[in-house]
Ligand binder design. Structure first.
Ligand code: NI
Length: 258
């Protein structure tokens, strides 16, 4: 089986000692496409560097809602730098990760919304898809995805199991990314939510090094754990894991155009 990990962070310091070994191992485990997300300038640059050194890795560049600078001026400057990185590097296939996160910071909601909207516009301008993070911001997220056209597609990454959000995401043409949380025993409505998503809109992801799926929960994650996510989604959708791996691979190729 071949797998496409649509969201990982191999630039993270948790791989500082064995990054090359891990990347070699996941490729051997059948992960033949993987997108490394950027969260700020430094990690976006690292994502590009890793992608340039490995054929099967691609990069996304973006300003994550947890990394919004204190001042508005600084924020616009950062987004301009993100644009330069996207324009200058061929292996950049998306703007991400971007979005809203009111769990860590409720004080800068307006700045978060502005950064998110500006980066949607940037993706439209550069004809790239987006990878969207949402945490504790369901209403504002729904309002933005309804009111701003995401022209080249996108994915609600690590989708919270929230009916309204998934419904609006699907209705507005977005893909839905499922990762480790879909295997957690406390994700009670996971089966229902997965079945709300049409087969041609499902993506898989690990968010490595975070959110390892069962039975690896609590350990450092890597893309070889996609097999557990595929098994669980296939069980929910009542299909063979091979078919789930194949359809999520095809969906990701279509969205990211690689
Ligand atoms: Ni992430």
């Amino acid at each position: 089986m071949e797998y496409f990990d649509t969201h990982a962070h191999y630039d993270d310091n948790k791989y500082i000692e064995d990054r090359e070994e891990v990347l070699e191992r996941i490729f051997k485990a059948g992960v033949t496409r993987c997108i490394n997300m950027g969260c700020d300038i430094e990690s976006s640059q690292k994502a590009i560097e890793i992608a340039n050194n490995h054929d099967f890795i691609y990069a996304a560049v973006g300003l994550h809602p947890e990394e919004i600078p204190q001042s508005e001026e600084e924020m616009w400057k950062t987004i301009l730098q993100i644009k330069d990185l996207a324009v200058q590097n061929k292996k950049v296939v998306a703007i991400g990760e971007i979005g809203l996160d009111y769990y860590w910071n409720k004080e800068n909601k307006e700045l978060q919304k502005q950064a998110f909207i500006r980066q949607i516009e940037l993706a439209n301008e550069l004809k790239l898809p987006v990878s969207i993070h949402t945490r504790d911001a369901i209403d504002d997220m729904i309002s933005i995805i309804r009111n701003y056209k995401i022209e080249n597609g996108g994915v609600l990454h690590c989708c919270p199991f929230n009916r309204e959000l998934v419904k609006h995401g699907v209705d507005n043409g977005l893909y839905i990314g499922f990762g480790g949380t879909s295997t957690f025993k406390n994700s009670k409505n996971a089966k229902e939510i997965v079945n709300m998503v049409p087969d041609d809109r499902i993506l898989i992801e690990t968010d490595s090094p975070y959110l390892s799926p069962e039975p690896k929960r609590g350990t450092r994650n890597d893309s070889s754990n996609l097999q557990y996510i595929v098994e669980k989604l296939a069980e929910y959708k009542n299909m063979e894991p091979e078919r789930m791996a194949k359809l999520t691979y095809e969906n990701a190729k279509k969205l990211f155009k690689i």
